[in-house]
Design a protein around this ligand. Structure first.
Ligand SMILES: [Zn+2]
Ligand SMILES: [Zn+2]
Length: 287
């Protein structure tokens, strides 16, 4: 029995003593209805497209509303750079282009992936939540490695102006900026998302759950607001909004999307550390 098996057995023993999830019944009914009424092709393409649009804008919604709430302004990271209607509209237009012309073909490819690797869609094959949780954590680790190193390549002075400059159009980001990028970047960095699936996917639902958590993470780090008690910080070594906000403000350093370990290990967070200690001396903000 390897470490993975022991871990899963331990979690299963604990899970047996936990109260039943009240949402499991409605979820089972919905999933069974989805798989009985639609073909695998329709679920993997049209429903995935719909799911991506709904989750993306729903997750962006709270951050979008913060700009109208005076009591949230104390959590805004770059206080001197408020959101503008012009910037948000510009972002929305590029997002629509990217979602329907760049990401849609990639989403369509997931159907062929599931057929090729015999990935099941049925309710009875859905792995338990703790296996799903470990798979999602694994996806985050793999995506983080890919994103960190490719992000550094995109910042190379010879290529930066051709591709990654688009994403850095917003020096003070807001949630929807998460997928505001040049088409080449969408494909290059988006590959990290699919690598996680390649390694860990054992059921179609895992793609949607991984997609949901990846969106929660990337929209949170771009939100421009550092909200207290943010549950995303339960992820060990999580970067968070301040970390990535600094990347947009400074154009350099803090390249990792999810975990701080690569920046720490390779010393690409030194400017951020200096910035934090300067702020701490001034008594403004710590990290
Ligand atoms: Zn960058
Ligand atoms: Zn960014």
């Amino acid at each position: 029995m390897d470490v993975n098996d022991s871990l899963i057995t331990t979690v299963r023993l604990v899970a047996d003593y936990m109260p039943e999830n009240p949402l499991s019944g409605p979820f089972e009914a919905s999933w069974r209805s989805l798989t009985e009424n639609y073909t695998e092709y329709q679920i993997a393409t049209w429903w995935s497209l719909f799911y991506h649009e709904v989750t993306y804008f729903l997750i962006c919604l709270p951050g979008f509303l913060y700009q109208f709430l005076p009591f949230m302004q104390k959590y805004k990271i770059q206080q001197n750079k408020p959101e503008t209607w012009e910037g948000q509209l510009q972002c929305f237009k590029l997002l629509m282009f990217s979602h329907f012309f760049i990401q849609m073909p990639l989403i369509c490819g997931t159907y062929h992936f599931t057929q090729w690797f015999n990935i099941p869609y049925d309710y009875d094959s859905i792995p338990p939540w703790y296996v799903l949780g470990l798979q999602i954590f694994g996806c985050f680790v793999v995506e983080d490695v890919w994103h960190y190193f490719l992000h550094r390549v995109l910042h190379h002075k010879d290529y930066y102006k051709y591709v990654h400059k688009v994403h850095h159009n917003f020096q003070a980001p807001f949630g929807a900026v998460a997928e505001y990028a040049h088409p080449v970047e969408t494909v290059v960095l988006g590959t990290g998302f699919f690598l996680g699936i390649l390694f860990f996917c054992t059921h179609f639902l895992q793609m949607w759950v991984w997609g949901l958590f990846r969106l929660l993470e990337t929209i949170d780090v771009h939100s421009g607001y550092d909200i207290p008690y943010n549950p995303m910080h339960l992820l060990p070594c999580y970067t968070g909004a301040r970390f990535h906000d600094f990347h947009h403000m400074n154009f350099n350093g803090n390249y990792a999307p999810t975990f701080r370990w690569w920046d720490k290990l390779l010393g690409t967070d030194w400017q951020y550390k200096e910035y934090c200690s300067k702020l701490a001396k001034e008594g403004t903000k710590k990290d």
